[in-house]
Design a protein around this ligand. Structure first.
Ligand code: WTA
Length: 658
């Protein structure tokens, strides 16, 4: 494990006090855990797995690394995730505790107790079984933010059917790709989704996706009636969720599964190829969801937790569906968007629900800063946010000015800000401040979680000295790590444990640097062709393929450009089959291409800028010169050596957006 120098960092403008009586209380307690993990790694994880989870059959083996990097954790143990998230809370006397306070787009509130959540999950689990869904069968969930979304996930977990949640903003085509890749037998969706007063016809999109072929395995489409809007209907296959539930008993024997049984597969973007299905386990994943709720969020019985992510992303899996319920917490779930009916919505909701722990994305903070500056009525200072005790961020680097604003105006200078670094593949937090432990530095995710052996290495896999940048790796396997890529184990091995680094280090795909004195980590951004737009992960290749599929397009290249609000903006360089368009013509084609990408992938993938040229700048061997395109995208004066570029004259054509 890396040696951690714990000297306090340079004084920051804000002196935020550490949380008192935190679950890891003080730097010595943190160091003791790090030492425990160093001394006997397996015993450390075994202790945590016994403390944080209820096992139906206790495990006797901890880590099996004979087939590395396909690691197995607690493999002879048996458990059920929904039992841990529901039944266990009832046994512990939390039946009448509120599990979820749901706030709809238009402000209606629904309170769901653990008892009620348990019955709903059991009914739906029974219904899925009655429709023939068995252990190991895959179910796709394409749902709005809702109580029903969480019920659907936990119902799948109850019967051992791995779920694959697809973000409601993805297009029919993206949904289709995922349904086919995973070989699903059922889809759970809603008639419509409501956000910012507008509806999106989810069920119609499901029908479009299923009509694209290759999905004959889908025997059931279960539909949550959210709006009652008109939807197409196919008898036998389509069923209302409430009717399915109503016909079933409200208890359901859980399917006990081995710890390695896949709990879910979540698709995410890589630098090449189609999105990959990141497969997570039941035991190791749930252990870390529960442990990090206690360690990072210091969750206490009286807390009101609110994570603003969508269940379509990993943050929504770990810190909405599984983590909060595994520890019996009360949480807020929100259907809408931060700017509707106005940009004070988040602050108003924190005030209304007396939220004590708030977890959101830097991109949301940055856009709300702008609105608050423009209108004091939506400024956090105009609300009573005194219930807050901890703040968190996730998804992208947070710039120190946004961090400081968040700490000062939302956290009132008293709430630690937890900049949590992690990924779809890691299952839960990897590097993060702990509220009772870590002196904070804006923009730094500080120190690894106990048990997580993070390091920064050079391109040969050698650790670099503090102060030198390099690539972030995790040197030891950990329980909540990705198990494989669904249907593509070789892609998993080569992508995450590349031979160039020796084949044993988990490559996160991010650059990072450690502070010379404190050893604190700062993430400097992706080292591959993955973009991070408003915290959403997108592959440049995916967007390029979508553009290239348009009949007018001959060639396309996509890069990221730093963006004040979104973190990164998508810039597309396009060569048409016909002549390079100009003026109003260029605008028209650009709009058409944007709409096309929206339909091919989803609105989040629409390029911000589209630029046209006669040809792509390439080397003599035919490679697109991306570094040059990145500079062009930023509007930099090209001072780089362009002598290796075959056709340097085209570069200036790309300087302006259509
Ligand atoms: C980025 C989201 C800086 C990073 C949980 C990572 C971050 C990718 C942080 C994973 C952070 C996430 N600071 N960068 N605190 N958290 N990232 O899979 O580039 O959607 O590799 O998981 O987001 O995105 P993903």
């Amino acid at each position: 494990m890396s040696t951690i120098d714990t000297a306090p960092p340079d004084s920051t403008a804000l002196q935020i006090p550490l949380a008192r009586n935190a679950s890891i209380d003080g730097m010595d307690a943190y160091r003791a855990l790090v030492t425990e993990a160093n001394q006997d790694y397996e015993a450390f994880w075994a202790r945590l797995a016994r403390e944080h989870l209820a096992w139906h059959r206790p495990f006797t083996k901890v880590l099996n690394d004979t087939d590395a990097p396909f690691y197995h954790w607690f493999e002879d143990g048996e458990l059920n995730a929904s039992y841990n998230c529901l039944d266990r809370n009832l046994i512990n006397g939390l039946a009448e505790k509120t599990a979820i306070v749901f706030e709809s787009d238009d402000g209606k509130l629904t309170h769901v107790t653990y008892q009620a959540l348990y019955h709903r999950v059991c009914r739906l689990a029974n219904a899925l079984r009655a429709r023939g869904v068995k252990k190991g069968d895959r179910v796709v969930i394409y749902m709005p933010m809702s109580v029903e979304g969480v019920v659907a996930m936990l119902a799948c977990a109850r019967i051992g059917a791995p779920h694959s949640v697809v973000f409601g903003g993805f297009s029919a085509k993206s949904l289709h790709e995922r349904i086919v890749d995973i070989g699903a037998c059922a889809v759970i969706t809603a008639d419509e989704q409501v956000r910012a007063g507008k509806t999106l016809p989810l069920k119609t999109i499901v029908d479009e996706a299923l009509a694209m072929g290759g999905a004959a395995g889908i025997k059931t489409v279960a539909i949550y009636r959210r709006t009652g809007g008109q939807i197409p209907w196919i008898n036998e296959r389509d069923k209302w969720l409430h009717e399915l539930e109503a016909a079933q008993p409200d208890t359901c024997e859980p399917e006990w599964v081995g710890a390695e049984h896949p709990l879910f597969v979540l698709y995410t973007s890589g630098s090449t190829g189609t999105p990959k299905g990141v497969q997570h386990s039941t035991g190791g994943y749930l252990l870390w969801a529960a442990a990090t709720m206690k360690w990072t969020f210091d969750i206490k019985p009286e807390d009101v937790f609110w994570c603003t992510a969508d269940i379509g992303w990993i943050t929504g899996h770990t810190y909405i569906c599984y983590g909060p319920t595994a520890v019996g917490a009360t949480q807020v779930i929100f259907e809408g968007v931060p700017t509707y009916p106005n940009a004070g919505r988040f602050w108003e909701m924190i005030q209304r629900h007396k939220v004590s722990i708030f977890y959101t994305a830097p991109t949301a903070i940055r856009s709300l800063i702008k609105s608050a500056d423009a209108n004091h009525a939506v400024h956090p200072d105009s609300f009573d946010l005194s219930s807050l005790r901890l703040l968190g961020t996730v998804g992208e680097p947070i710039n120190p000015s946004a961090w400081t604003w968040y700490a000062r105006h939302v956290g009132g200078g008293r709430c630690p800000v937890l900049d949590t670094f992690w990924q779809t593949e890691t299952g839960g937090h990897m590097i993060s401040p702990l509220p009772g432990v870590t002196p904070l530095v804006p923009g730094s995710c500080t120190l690894p979680m106990p048990g997580i052996d993070a390091a920064i290495v050079d391109e040969t896999g050698e650790e670099v000295p503090n102060g030198n940048g390099g690539v972030l790796v995790i040197r030891k396997p950990w329980p909540s790590m990705i198990r494989t890529i669904w249907g593509n184990p070789e892609r998993f091995r080569q992508g995450y444990f590349p031979g160039e680094l020796g084949g044993k280090l988990y490559l996160a795909g991010d650059g990072a640097i450690r502070d010379r004195d404190t050893g604190y980590f700062t993430i400097t951004g992706r080292i591959d062709d993955v973009l991070n737009v408003s915290g959403h992960r997108l592959g440049t290749m995916e967007i390029e393929s979508a553009l290239a599929a348009h009949p007018l397009v001959a060639e396309a290249a996509v890069v990221g450009r730093p963006d004040e609000t979104a973190g990164e903006a998508i810039v597309a360089f396009v060569v048409l089959k016909a002549e390079r368009p100009s003026g109003a013509d260029a605008k028209r084609v650009a709009d058409e291409l944007r709409a096309w990408v929206g339909k091919e992938i989803g609105p989040i993938a629409k390029p911000k800028d589209i630029r046209f040229g006669d040809a792509m700048p390439k080397t003599r061997s035919g490679k697109v010169v991306r570094r040059l395109l990145r500079s062009v995208a930023k509007g930099e004066v090209i001072s780089q050596d362009t002598s290796t570029v075959e056709n340097p004259a085209v570069i200036s054509q790309f300087a302006d957006a259509a």
